[in-house]
Design a protein around this ligand. Sequence first.
Ligand code: AMP
Ligand code: GLY
Length: 451
Amino acid sequence: MPFFVNNCTFVADWNESRHPSVHSLILLIMKILLLGSGGRESALAWRMSQSPLCEELFIAPGNGGTHAYGTNVDMSPLDFEKIREFVKTRGIDMIVVGNEDPLVAGIYDYFENDPVLVVGPSRKGAQLEGSKDFAKRFMTDHNIPTARYRSFTADNIDDGYHFLESLRPPYVLKADGLAAGKGVLIIDSLDEAKKALNEMLSGMFGKSSATVVIEEFLDGIECSVFVLTDGNGGYRVLPVAKDYKRIGEGDTGLNTGGMGAVSPVPFADAAFMQKVNDRIILPTIKGLSQEGITYRGFIFLGLINVGGEPMVIEYNVRMGDPETEAVMLRVDSDLVELLRAAAQGHLGDLELREDPRAAVTVMAVSGGYPGSYPKGKEITGNLQPEGSILFHAGTSIDDQGRTLTSGGRVIAVSSRGDSIADALATSYRNMAAFDFDGRYFRRDIGQDLLK
Ligand code: AMP
Ligand code: GLY
């Protein structure tokens, strides 16, 4: 692939090695494949498509809105063979992995010797999200503040009962493996908690709950911190966000993937973030390196502020959804340049500038979500209202070009503003621009932070 720097022509030899230092550092434009289909991927696609470095963007499989930023490709993010074929035939330079499943399944390792960059951790690194037991062990070994815990299997269930008896309610039980965001139970009564432990170990979440982590309950406000790391000690912290997980207003009812998000987070001030950096980010990056774990991608720290002290609730190995739909509105640097540098192992002195304005997203969901809900409802109205970006999540386009609902979380209405309140006012105003049968959204996103 020829390209031009200062009127000179260079030819990148991608067969040379996976991270061809000299060549790729001066490579200007890239063909990018983004994996995933949610609101997060819409926001990442939107941001990457604005980069002058983005020659061509493909999204696999994408959704009913991502074609506005690139080309949707009907391909599962877990079909590595098919992805390899696509990468070869289309000359893809970089794969950006939006969701966790391909990472936990080892997509980084699969492409390790191929001439394509992959933004994301190795399979081992992805265990930070893929196994709660691994993550807790990692935090304990590297002195990273987190809730006291123990792990149990069917073989030592009696020890599990005893451990529960030693804790104060509420009791926190977590399936070790991926469980589509449903694997955490928080239970008030000891008897119920013991029953739940038994059910989890008997297959409540299939193989994912063959091991169960039981931990102390932490009381505080949560926030999401995203770190882009190059695997060589270099990292950048993205704008901090807070998401709203419960379906009901006032944080009530069932957990969802996330009903909205705001950024910045007032309590995550400079003093708090200094503690996050010193006690959590640096030890995490150092720990990965000490354990010989390759990690060139996003680390998502699910944090809780316990009386001013940050503690880790969980790691994820990708960006958050819907946090990304707000955070991308505040990333003021070239995202493609940053991702490429991270994947090449050298963030160097690249800057990650934050837009000082606030950004929020409010999720319009299908009636019934997170339980069962209908699909195929037509979305009517204006999907490009002034002042907001409507990031599609669970949408599809039918033969007649109509936009239909195809998932629980349907559209993330994202806006900037001089303050969180201003940005929220714009998103809520633009909820009126479109509709679908049974639509629901929370009317109190961000309200806790405005008090
Ligand atoms: P996780 O999947 O680990 O993020 O857990 C889902 C949600 O459960 C978190 O966002 C918290 O709201 C809650 N949670 C998890 N662990 C704890 C804990 N140790 N103490 C209090 N809440 C927790
Ligand atoms: N919004 C939380 C997550 O993406 O896991």
